[in-house]
Design a protein around this ligand. Structure first.
Ligand code: GAP
Length: 513
């Protein structure tokens, strides 16, 4: 299936099955703002829960925090967001569509990489088992040309953006012959910078209320509370502070469903370390975070690292974990070594000392910080797109199934009486009562059993329990597995243990040990 079609199917599936709705849809929606439906909120809560358990509960030296969305406006001066939280935008004069200039160039580079990959796959088919992909990559002129083109484009773009050479960025777009992806026109305006923060007002506007911003990242709430947490929690370096919460950005180009939103949720952790030890911890967190993603059990080839060529002025190392969305590999999570930039700036702007006295070396210092930052909504989209399958079955019927990692599934178990009579619903209710304290279960007695199975496949329910006449005789039920569709007979007293083995968070978290 064409990847565009696949993406459209995933988005409409998300709506049809109560995962995601456009915000205020009865008024035709609001661009790049979405609501989570009855199944979406469960999946989202479960992803957040997995992150929190793995980061906070499983690390003795990481604690949580929940800071306000509104912060003192000086925060954003100190962090650099007022002056430098900009995206380079460019308009197409014919289509009147607006784009991020860096995204146009990144997409162009990604296309070159895809062309190289296509050549490699073609050759692999042609040469069979004896094929050496690495050698081919290094020697085939066409592949080398595509790879060099991608690298050169990104390098030049990074250099120009770093120096603020917006004219050169435009020239690069023209030189590469990049056209408006919608209209095909190459008639571009100049590139301009656009600040992404949403502003608002506290107090009465008439009385000169103060200008506030909706936070564009949750990280600053952690930095300004560094000392509060360190002192009250008696934290010793190295230690981390984790937080999940909403962030807001006035994104210029907000397409691609929940990939780039104007209101979204982040899950961030700042890890405070001794200066000079940051690269060790940067390596540690880079590895840990990929392991966390891979433990979900979606295909490993969907993930890759992307080390940054262009470093933000405050960072001395940065990498993304990218995910292969239907529209290509894109950033899912960032791991940044942020040096002592943020704490030093807050010291400077607040006039307060933000230091740690390290008894081991008998010295006070401003700690260095390694940050892990992942978008919850983007993670949601990665799970949804990695889990979506259309399958042709042996009886030539078709099914759509969401193979969501079981611990994250919105509904863990569907309890289904085969018929609405003969005492079967009563037993099914009993089964529900045994499971519902621990797991989100759904009782469903409407329609033929096959249709009920399909309904639960479509929302990713890992297990269906069917109560039938035999249950009345021997207290056994049918347990159906979502992915294999295998059905086995299980005594009721074994049910809870089997459900636990399949869907509990413990099983998922054990993979991180
Ligand atoms: N504190 C660092 C920071 O905010 P970032 O790379 O700008 O870094 C971190 O954002 C993560 O937040 C990204 O990797 C992405 O998953 C998510 N994110 C950023 N902007 C987003 C948006 N407009 N919509 C959805 N998720 C977004």
């Amino acid at each position: 299936m064409n990847q565009d079609d696949l993406f459209k199917k995933i988005s409409s599936h998300a709506k049809e099955y109560g995962f995601i709705f456009p915000s205020s849809e009865i008024y035709d929606g609001l661009a790049a703002v979405y609501d989570y439906g009855q199944n979406g909120v469960e999946l989202k809560n479960n992803i957040r829960h997995y992150w929190w358990k793995a980061m906070v509960q499983m690390h003795e030296n990481i604690v949580g925090l929940d800071t306000a969305i509104f912060m003192h406006p000086t925060t954003w001066k100190a962090s650099g967001h007022v002056d430098a939280f900009n995206d380079p935008l460019i308009d197409n004069k014919d289509s009147k569509k607006r784009y991020r200039a860096d995204v146009l160039l990144e997409d162009y580079a990604e296309k070159q990489l895809q062309k190289a990959e296509k050549e490699i796959q073609k050759a692999a088919k042609r040469f069979g088992e004896s094929f050496d992909a690495q050698m081919f990559r290094e020697t085939n002129p066409r592949v080398k040309k595509y790879l060099a083109e991608a690298e050169e484009t990104l390098k030049r773009m990074a250099g120009h953006l770093e120096k603020g050479e917006l004219d050169e960025v435009k020239q690069l777009i023209e030189e590469k012959g990049i056209a408006d992806p919608v209209s095909g026109s190459k008639n571009w305006t100049d590139v301009r910078q656009f600040n992404l923060m949403f502003g608002t007002q506290m107090g009465s506007v008439a009385e000169g209320g103060s200008q506030l911003y909706l936070r564009p990242e949750t990280a600053q709430g952690i930095f300004v509370n560094f000392l509060n947490v360190q002192k009250t929690g008696r934290m010793k370096i190295p230690f981390g502070i984790a937080q999940t919460g909403k962030a807001f950005r006035n994104e210029i180009v907000a397409r691609q469903f929940i990939f780039r939103m104007r209101e979204f949720e982040q899950m961030e952790m700042q890890f405070f370390v001794r200066p000079g030890e940051e690269m060790k911890w940067y390596g540690y967190w880079k590895e840990q975070r990929l392991k966390w993603h891979l433990a979900l059990g979606l295909d490993d080839s969907l993930y890759r690292y992307h080390d940054h060529e262009k470093l933000a002025h405050y960072a001395n190392a940065a990498a993304d974990i990218e995910f292969r969305f239907p529209f290509g590999f894109k950033e899912l999570e960032g791991i940044h070594s942020r040096t002592d930039f943020d704490l030093k700036r807050h010291e400077e702007y607040s006039g307060k000392k933000l230091q740690f006295f390290d008894p081991e070396i008998n010295e006070s210092y401003v700690p260095y910080v390694v940050e892990t930052s992942v978008g919850l909504d983007r993670l949601f989209l990665s799970v949804l797109s990695g889990a979506y399958r259309e399958e042709k079955l042996d009886d030539s019927s078709e099914r759509v199934v969401l193979s969501i990692p079981p611990a994250l599934a919105p509904v863990k178990v569907a309890v289904l009486p085969l018929l609405k009579k003969d005492g079967l619903p009563e037993i099914a209710r009993e089964v529900m009562q045994g499971l519902e304290l621990e797991y989100n279960c759904q009782y469903d007695e409407k329609d033929a059993i096959g249709r009920r199975y399909r309904r639960h496949d479509a929302i990713g329910t890992p297990l269906c329990v069917t109560v039938d006449h035999q249950t009345k005789e021997d207290r056994s039920v049918t347990l159906r597995d979502r992915d294999s569709m295998e059905q086995i007979r299980v005594p009721l007293e074994e049910l809870e243990e089997r459900v636990k083995k399949k869907v509990s968070f413990t099983e998922l978290l054990l993979k991180l040990k």
